[in-house]
Write a protein of this length. Structure first.
Length: 250
């Protein structure tokens, strides 16, 4: 995992000008164990934390000197779950109902010429234990195990543009989905070693992680998702989600 190739190995000096290899500097450890139900943008689920574990030689503490002065960071990462599927010139963004196609460069789709993503996250803490160095992060929208290839400080005076236009995604997503828990599911949350587990699950499901084409179906639909060390089973109809069970994953 030390190197992350983004294109085939160059076979000539001409190819070398159009190819590159990025080093994986760390790995994300997050509660999202699969791509389904990961927030579609960073900062939408505020109750969850994640850890960025640095890999040698990038676990050198001096590389982080001064970073604690910043509240937020940019993470550049690899879409490692989909990078083997290649890219498409057009994609169907969920914001357009999953039916209309637009150019890949007008979206944040994972199916890109180079499988790179960019997320802004909150820096909660910087930690060191022996040779281990890690960052505690909030608001992460990354699946567990995501390779990180760069870290940069977020600068609000230049990175935040108040008068920017959001195209076909002009505002935050609708979070009007009501989430209810069965008494059994509530009990699991209350007894869990994970603080605010019920709040976290609620925030994830309020975003309605279903594929866009399934949101118009007029019947209860059941789903399952792995969050932290749990299998969460829930059902959805209209603007109501019911969490049916929360069981430890094997």
């Amino acid at each position: 995992m030390a190197n992350t190739p983004l294109s085939p190995e160059p076979s000539s000096s001409h190819a070398d000008a159009h190819s590159t290899v990025l080093n994986t500097i760390g790995l994300i450890r997050s509660p999202y164990k699969e791509k389904f139900a990961v927030p579609r943008q960073p900062g939408l689920v505020t109750s969850a934390t994640a850890r960025l574990e640095m890999i040698a030689p990038y676990n050198e503490p001096s590389a982080f000197k001064g970073l604690g002065e910043f509240s937020h960071l940019w993470l550049m990462f690899v879409f490692h779950h989909t990078q083997d599927k290649g890219w498409n010139p057009t994609v169907r963004p969920p914001r357009l109902g999953g039916n209309e196609r637009v150019g890949v460069f007008a979206t944040r789709s994972t199916f890109r010429p180079n499988p790179l993503g960019l997320s802004v996250v909150r820096l909660l803490d910087m930690c060191k234990d022996g040779s281990k160095v890690w960052l505690e992060l909030g608001g992460v929208d990354l699946v567990d195990g995501t390779p990180i290839v760069d870290i940069k400080p977020y600068l609000p005076w230049v990175d935040g543009v108040p008068d920017a236009h959001g195209g076909f995604a002009p505002a935050a997503p609708d979070l009007s989905m009501e989430v209810r828990f069965t008494p059994e599911a509530e009990l699991v949350c209350a007894r869990s070693h994970i603080a605010n587990l019920q709040q976290f699950i609620s925030e994830v499901l309020m975003q309605d992680p279903r594929p866009a084409y399934k949101r118009k179906q007029q019947a209860w639909q059941q789903y399952g998702v792995r969050l932290y060390d749990y299998n969460v089973r829930f059902e959805v109809f209209g603007q109501l989600t019911r969490v049916l069970s929360i069981e430890p994953s094997e």
